[in-house]
Design a protein around this ligand. Structure first.
Ligand code: COA
Length: 179
């Protein structure tokens, strides 16, 4: 388990899967904003990669996020698109609805940065999010990510194209404790 100040990142347990499915993936509108793939139902027990982890997949490391105080599952955090030549990767987060807006997102980004920069020796981390996702933008910026550009009309979300903001953080600019 990777421990931050208030959240921990651990492996995906089988018991996590129905909770994450109900809280994150069954919410079609929410899922459409957070995932660039089109929404589709996930059959219980299927090996769908959105929930079930393949430990042999080199380029993607999915974690379950837990609240350190009580060990409660609060969501998912993923380092994906890991490129060991350019030493870069992307960050993704999905917190269960009851756990949003309490600082856990900011804390989880901090632990993902520790994993990316310290454990994996990466040089650059990147986040893409729809431009009205204030919670994700702030959680990223509090950890030192800077806005590097806007990808105009890059995301098809429930009947409309939304702009995406691209944020990046370099290892030399990273400060372990979020501002
Ligand atoms: C986006 C997400 C990870 C942010 O995590 P969070 O725990 O809710 O955010 P935090 O509580 O750490 O808040 C970070 C900042 O954003 C602000 N914020 C959080 N939610 C907000 C909202 N819905 N509207 C406006 N501001 C918001 C907080 O006030 C805080 O601001 P501050 O830094 O000025 O104090 C989380 O809300 C989530 O999982 N949402 C659904 C899935 C998603 O959008 N994932 C990202 C896909 S790229």
């Amino acid at each position: 388990m990777l421990r931050g100040n208030v959240v921990g990142l651990r492996a995906r347990y089988e018991d996590d899967i129905p909770i994450l499915r109900a809280g994150l993936y069954d919410d079609v509108a929410g899922s459409a904003r957070a995932d660039s793939r089109p929404w589709r139902p996930i059959t219980p027990g299927s090996e769908d990669s959105r929930l079930v982890v393949d430990d042999k997949e080199e380029g993607r490391v999915p974690f379950s996020v837990v609240e350190l105080a009580g060990g409660t599952l609060i969501g998912t955090a993923t380092l994906w698109g890991i490129d060991n030549h350019n030493r870069s990767a992307h960050i993704g987060l999905g917190l269960l609805p009851a756990s949003r807006g309490k600082g856990y997102g900011t804390a989880a980004v901090a632990v993902l940065c520790h994993y990316g920069f310290v454990v994996r020796g990466l040089h650059r981390l990147q986040i893409e999010t729809v431009s009205d996702n204030t919670g994700m933008l702030r959680a990223a910026e509090r950890n030192g990510f800077v806005r590097e550009g806007v990808l105009r009309s890059a995301a098809w979300v429930m009947g409309e194209f939304l702009d995406e903001v691209l944020l990046g953080l370099l290892a030399e600019d990273w400060k372990p404790d979020p501002a």
